[in-house]
Design a protein around this ligand. Structure first.
Ligand code: SAM
Ligand code: MD0
Ligand code: SF4
Length: 337
């Protein structure tokens, strides 16, 4: 399937069921050709919900008067161990842009990353927001495998409306610099935040241009107390089509089927659209939050490896092994994207 920008726009806007089903079938075929029936699993530790920024879409924006937490290194290590024992392939350490870490040059976070890699043997992804080149270098030297930082959109005017007082080029630079330091990078979009089909097509091209090894899309989920709290969450068909288009454009890419948008109930559709990484697996009853769905399906234990595996098996798929995942990201690191 030759995907030009025009074809991408046509597929994003089509209401023809046959054409839509053919798109998803092609995405599943491409995924199977690349990965067989194996799916990867990421554990998620949102370890600090303090943030210096005021993104209009985000629950954790600094102006929101909410309960916030900052987990201790001991708690983060315990949570990571629990996730590792449950069978995840990677630990994703995510934070708001918490100034307390910036002020100590991330020494605490760097030591946590080293300890997680030592004690669990798992790869680590860091999602710290924008940090300095020196801090990115330090993450790479600490053995961090991934740097995740999402532009949300590559339409600069829309970016400015979403990520208030943040610089588009500074955010893009941080990602590209992380890649230069040898880390794999993840790029991400949100759907339903005011973008049009041409914007999405442009973003899909940008993801390839910058050499992202993992690419994601999440439907916008309105957050109480935020400027966008009355913006309707989009029809999920758009997110599913974008996942399928990412798969066809980038057969080798890791593509999240995040549990953070619609909980465990959202997994099947995202896998059927061509995604291959179950992300936002959160240990139950640990006081950890999600991002878009800060509590949905967390404490009742629905966002777990066990629950995800049941759904994967019903689809004729299975979790990969930790070794398969590490071998694959080793191959990605060798690709000159
Ligand atoms: N503070 C870091 C940052 O902004 O990069 C990491 C926090 S979290 C990983 C940030 C990402 O979650 C955003 O880039 C956005 O893609 C997603 N997100 C945040 N709020 C959301 C919402 N209400 N609906 C959907 N996605 C959301
Ligand atoms: C997810 N809630 O994977 C997480 C988060 C950050 N690297 C990931 C957005 O959906
Ligand atoms: Fe802060 Fe990240 Fe939320 Fe923006 S998206 S307010 S930077 S936690």
């Amino acid at each position: 399937m030759e995907l030009t920008k025009e074809k991408i726009v046509e597929l994003l806007e089509t209401k023809d069921d046959k054409q839509i089903e053919a798109l998803f079938a092609e995405a599943r075929r491409v995924r199977e050709q690349q990965f067989g029936n194996k799916i990867f699993l990421y554990g998620f530790v949102y370890f600090s919900t303090w943030c210096r920024n005021d993104c209009t879409f985000c629950y954790y924006r600094k102006s929101n008067q909410i309960e916030r937490y900052r987990k201790t290194p001991e708690e983060i290590l315990r949570l990571s161990q629990e996730l590792a024992e449950s069978g995840v392939h990677l630990i994703d350490l995510t934070m708001g842009e918490d100034l307390s870490y910036h002020e100590e040059d991330f020494e605490t976070v760097l030591s946590i990353i080293r300890s997680i890699k030592e004690t669990t043997g798992l790869p680590v992804m860091i999602s710290p927001g924008v940090v300095s080149d020196q801090q990115i270098k330090a993450f790479a030297e600490a053995g961090t495998d991934w740097y995740a930082l999402y532009q949300e959109t590559h339409n600069r005017d829309l970016f400015a409306k979403l990520r208030l007082d943040q610089d588009y080029d500074e955010r893009m630079h941080a990602k590209l610099y992380a890649k230069e330091q040898g880390m794999l990078i993840e790029e991400g979009l949100m759907s339903g935040v005011g973008e049009n089909s041409e914007d999405i097509a442009h973003s899909l091209m940008e993801m390839g241009r910058i050499g992202a090894s993992q690419v994601r899309v999440m439907s916008f989920v309105p957050q109480a107390g935020s400027p966008m709290e009355h913006v309707k969450t989009p029809d999920r068909m758009l997110e599913m089509k974008i996942i399928a288009l990412m798969r066809i454009l980038y057969p080798w890419a890791l593509i999240p089927t995040s549990l953070d948008v619609d909980g465990i109930a959202g997994l099947e559709a995202r896998v059927n659209a061509g995604g291959n990484v179950v992300t936002s697996i959160i240990p139950p009853r640990t006081g950890l939050a999600g991002v878009a769905q800060n509590s949905m399906d967390v404490d009742d234990g629905s966002r777990t490896v066990a629950e995800a595996e049941k759904i994967l098996e019903s689809l004729g798929l299975q979790a990969a092994t930790a070794e398969e995942y590490q071998k694959y990201i080793g191959e990605l690191k060798c690709r000159k994207l």
